[in-house]
Ligand binder design. Sequence first.
Ligand code: IDP
Ligand code: MG
Length: 139
Amino acid sequence: MSLDYTFSIIKPDAFNAGKAGKIIGHLEAEGFKLTAARVILLTRRQAEEFYAVHRARPFYGELVEFMSSALCMPFVLQKTNAVNALRDAIGATDPAEAAEGTVRRLFAESKGRNAIHASDSDENAIRESRFFFAGSEVV
Ligand code: IDP
Ligand code: MG
């Protein structure tokens, strides 16, 4: 059985542009329920650790720089089959390739500055939620 929650971040581009409320509203309209949220300025060290899986990728430095450049909003969403449902709702990494009506198609600027993060597996949803929230905060 798959996890009924997943982890997400409104990235600095979207948060800074005042799009957090619209994105959360869009996801709520698709049946996701917000169960935890905070606003935080990531340190470079935190961004490096969060994205450690991408350490060897050419965009890693740019990604860490971007994610620690301004406020972002980590949050947890509940829905049946949440991880896959949210990946479908956000669309492809590059907004130019994201399907109509997806968060990245609607709100993202570019492949790097793409408005939203979403966990890609149940295992990562658990790890990433714990990175930002105490166990008791993830209901
Ligand atoms: P995902 O966010 O759709 O899961 P990943 O491949 O896991 O995409 O990459 C993590 C993040 O790294 C992306 O959301 C994006 O911000 C950034 N990124 C990925 N590929 C590129 C690229 O080719 N250029 C710049 N940034 C990239
Ligand atoms: Mg990913």
